[in-house]
Structure formats: C-alpha cells, structure tokens
Design a protein around this ligand. Structure first.
Ligand code: NAD
Ligand code: UDX
Length: 473
C-alpha cells in the first residue's frame, strides 16, 4: 500500500523502530489505550523480537511490573513485534525512533557524547522507505540539535529522485523510569512534544489525549524539548550525588543521612524524592545524558557550566570507589580468597537491567582484590553478569570458581565473610537476617548500601553491620 503525499487527518498506523526498554513498554501502553491504532514495533535484533513474541509472558525480554498484562491484552490485536522494518515503515503515518544512543567508545567525543549511528541509520532507512507524508518522532534521548541532522537527512534529495514523500519531525522524549515504566506511561507527570509543524503536533496530542489529561501535555520548540530531557535527568542525578556526598559526611560526624534527607526533603521547595543515599546511580541514562550535557556545554564554550555538571559523575564514581574501599578496610585490608556475597546486581529494584549498575564496578574491584563472589539477583541471569564484569566465572589458572550466580539466598550467603547489599529488592527486606548472619564465617560483616535492614533486624545480628551514611551505629 502506497500512502498519499497529503495531509494526514488521523493517525491510523504507527511504526516504532527499537523494541527495547523504551520502545516495547511505551508502544504497548499506546496500543492498550488506543485500540483503533495499529502499532508495529520493529527491531533488527531477531532474538529480542522472538522474546517479545514468546507465548510465555515471563520470558519477555524486559522485566517490568505490569508489562506482561498490557502485552497480553494487546499483542497480535493491535500491537505487533517483528523485524519487518521496511514493510512497517512503508505503511506508517507516524514513525517513532526509539533506538539506543550509548556513549561513543571511539573517535571524536569518545567517552563524552552519544553515538548517533543507530539514529542516523533509522533516519536514512525512513527516508528511503517511507511513502507519502510521514511524521517522524524522536523518542530516543538525543543531544540538543539532533533533530536538525534528522531533518537534513530526511529532506536531502538524491539525483533523479522524484520527490513523492515529505516529513514532519517531532521530539517526544520519554521520561519513564525502569521498574515503574507502566505506571509512569499510564500516569505520566507530563508528556513533552517539541516541534514546528502544528498539524503534526496536534496529531500526536490526539493519541496521548486518549488517556492523559490535556493539561499534562506540554508543547515546546524542538530544541527546548531535546534539552529538557537532558536537563531533567541531570537534575535528578544531581540530587542523588548531593545526598551521596552528604552520606560520607554523616559517617564521619555521627549524623544519619536518612534523618538528614527526611529533614531536608520535608521542605516543600526541596521535596522528598530522589534523596535516597545509595551506592551511586546506575542505569543507561543518567551518566550518558550528563556526559552529553557536559560535551554540549564545552562545544558551545561554556567550560564552567560543563565543569559544574561533570562533578555529579565525579561524586558518583567516588561513592562506588569509597564503598569498595570500606569493604576492604573492614576485612583487615585483605580479600584474598575471602568469600563475599553480593545481594542485587540490577541497577535498581524491579528491573533486570544491569547497565551502569554500581554493582559492576564494585564487583570488579572486589575480584581484583582476590575475593570470591557469590552473586544473587532475582531477575538478572548469569550471562548478563558475565558480560557486565567481563570476567569468566572460572579462573583459567586455578580452575577455581571466582564468582558464581546463586538462585537461593541461603546458598549465596553460606560461609561468606561478608554480604554487600547493592540493590533495594523488596525480597531482601523480608529475609530472616539473624538466621543469615549465623550462616556466615566469623568475624563477618554485612555492608548495607541501600538501607535494607531495619533497626529491629540489626539488634541481634551475629555479624558486624555497616550502613551507608549512618555514623550513629
Ligand atoms: P535498548 O538498547 O533497550 O533498545 C534499543 C533497541 O533498538 C535495541 O533492541 C536495538 O536492537 C534496536 N535498534 C538499534 N538500531 C536499530 C535499527 N537501525 N533498526 C532496528 N532496530 C534498531 O535502549 P532503550 O533503553 O530502550 O533506550 C532507547 C532510547 O531511549 C535511548 O536513547 C535512551 O537514552 C532513551 N531512554 C531510555 C530510558 C530507559 O529507562 N531505558 C528512559 C528514557 C529514555
Ligand atoms: C531515569 C529517570 O528517572 C527517568 O525519568 C528517565 O526517563 C530515565 O532515567 P531510571 O534510570 O530507569 O530512570 O531509574 P531511576 O529511578 O531514575 O534510578 C536511577 C538510579 O538512581 C538507580 O541506580 C537508583 O537506584 C538510583 N537512585 C534513585 C538513588 O540512588 N537514590 C534515589 O533517591 C533515587
């Protein structure tokens, strides 16, 4: 079917390129709330597509509370996962770009700015394949001004090409947080749409209006929309680094960071969210988005502004390093062949995502000290851990298991010298910690970086207990 190159009156068919943590859940919720729309989510990774189509909903490629229910209502009704990229783009009135934008690892801007090769590949594919008028929506998080490059690609004309297609470009950044994605998509604080073409903006608003109150839908120009996403993430991360910096001061002075953050957060102007001290922020977004902000500031000659934002990442790295150093110090400065249990490998609870998880750096450093790690996480599998820490579980030299993934907590903690709690899984809060402390090798330590244990659970422990940010213990 060839679409006509004329104004679109109503969106009927959507294509989303990228079936990841954003593309999958966000399109599933749109499909759920807009049964008249047909949504084709495409991905070049066939294994991922197959997992989205798995009859066993516990095997979807992403773990998100509530996602299985939304997918079961919509899949193969008006939501379709495939790798038919060309066919899906061709029939779509609106194409969302939801591909990955990780930090570049080589070339100009390596380690500092996003690699836009996947976004550019999408734009080129859309230009080649789309028919008639197509609205292209940036959903990936992109450095400000990326929409200009996308426009340039879409509007470029090859020699002898008959101009029978046209494009409008919108920015519609996604603000969902992993672990609460469905809740965030169903009841967002706001939806942001940036663009110049009023008709295209109205068509996207019409979709969201199916379940989101109009006063929560904000429209801006393209550049404000792109920059707002980077800024929102930088502000959230800034709060975490701020409270983490104070956690160290609490440990030195006898204050408790939990009391401090409560007292500070009760000020309405500050608010209580994102003031939980921990092992440092992880996830695929915060570090990458701040690095992009820093790169942009330097690019535009704003060195002092760049230095200001860079400190947030500095503090985050420092927090992870200082936790590892505390563990080594408390275990008499020597970890050689000591067994340490890591509870939690995901970057936060309720996700199977390990990207930039603080557990990665901490585990790598403990392994370098010669420790043997017993790792537990309810949703992360052994392969993910192996690719994150880039160390095989068996030492080639001694044939010794230097790390292992366990399914049961009792097996994870049996005979260990220390337990390090790195993810705030609800399951960990309800464990019988006294029984666990009895399974450890004395003198033993529990390092709690997520404030998982309550006062009543600490009292009768047979292990020493260290809690991040609590100088009062
Ligand atoms: P992801 O890596 O989970 O998914 C991206 C998918 O795109 C992959 O499955 C990949 O195979 C596919 N892909 C890449 N290039 C392709 C191409 N040319 N054709 C077809 N498929 C292609 O990434 P994600 O976590 O979903 O993030 C996507 C974007 O959304 C990023 O820009 C990210 O910064 C942003 N974002 C992420 C989150 C989050 O919580 N993960 C939240 C808000 C915004
Ligand atoms: C973040 C943003 O919250 C979201 O709006 C954006 O779309 C994507 O990036 P995400 O990374 O999925 O979402 O999770 P988030 O809840 O922000 O947590 C990020 C990290 O910060 C986690 O490692 C978490 O444990 C940590 N964190 C969060 C804290 O250490 N303390 C807090 O108070 C909050």
């Amino acid at each position: 079917m060839i679409k006509e190159n004329k104004k679109i009156k109503r969106i009927k068919t959507i294509c989303c390129v990228g079936a990841g943590y954003v593309g999958g859940p966000s399109m599933a919720v749109i499909a759920d709330r807009c049964p008249d729309l047909n949504i084709f989510v495409v991905d070049s990774n066939l294994q991922r597509v197959d997992a989205w189509n798995n009859d066993d909903l516990s095997k979807l490629p992403i773990y998100e509370p509530g996602l299985d229910k939304v997918v079961s209502r919509t899949r193969n009704r008006n939501l379709f996962f495939s790798n038919n990229i060309d066919e899906s783009i061709k029939k779509a009135d609106m194409v969302f770009i939801s591909v990955n934008t990780p930090i570049k690892v080589k070339g100009i801007g390596a380690g500092q700015t996003s690699n836009l090769k996947w976004v550019e590949a999408c734009a080129r594919k859309i230009k080649e394949i789309a028919t008639g008028h197509t609205i292209v929506v940036e959903k990936s998080t992109l450095p400000v001004k990326t929409a200009q490059s996308i426009k340039d690609i879409l509007n470029s004309q090859d020699q002898n090409e008959v101009k029978n297609k046209s494009f409008s470009i919108l920015s519609n950044p996604e603000f969902l947080a992993e672990g609460t994605a469905i809740e965030n998509l169903e009841k967002p604080d706001r939806v942001l749409i940036g663009g110049e073409d009023k008709d295209a903006i109205d068509l996207l608003i019409q979709i969201y209006e199916n379940w989101i109150p109009k006063n929560k839908i904000l429209t801006t120009n393209l550049w404000s929309s792109e920059l707002s996403k980077l800024t929102a993430n930088a502000f959230l991360a800034q709060r975490i680094s701020s409270i983490n910096s104070i956690s160290a001061l609490c440990e030195k002075t006898g204050a408790s960071v939990y009391e401090v953050s409560k007292a500070v957060g009760l000020d309405k102007r500050i608010g209580k969210e994102f003031l939980q001290a921990g092992p440092g922020f992880g996830g695929s977004c915060f570090k990458k988005d701040i690095l992009n902000l820093v790169y942009l500031c330097n690019f535009y000659g704003l060195g002092t502004v760049a230095d200001y934002w860079e400190q947030i990442i500095e503090i985050n790295n420092w927090q992870q390093k200082r936790i590892y150093e505390i563990i080594v110090n408390r275990l008499f400065g020597n970890l050689a062949e000591k067994k340490i249990a890591i509870l939690g490998f995901a970057f936060k609870a309720n996700t199977n995502d390990t990207r930039e998880s603080p557990a990665i750096e901490i585990a790598k450093n403990l392994l370098l000290e010669g420790a043997i790690l017993n790792i537990h996480d309810p949703k992360v599998n052994k392969l993910q851990i192996e690719s994150a820490i880039e160390v095989e579980s068996k030492s080639k030299k001694s044939n010794l298991n230097i790390w292992n993934k366990f399914e049961r907590i009792d097996d994870t903690v049996n005979g260990v010298d220390a337990i390090v709690i790195l993810t705030d899984w609800e399951d960990y809060k309800n464990l019988d910690w006294i029984k666990i402390s009895k399974l450890m090798r004395n003198p033993s330590w529990i390092f709690d970086t997520r404030s998982v244990l309550e006062k009543s659970q600490i009292k009768n422990l047979e292990a020493n207990y260290w809690k991040l940010g609590d100088g009062f213990l």
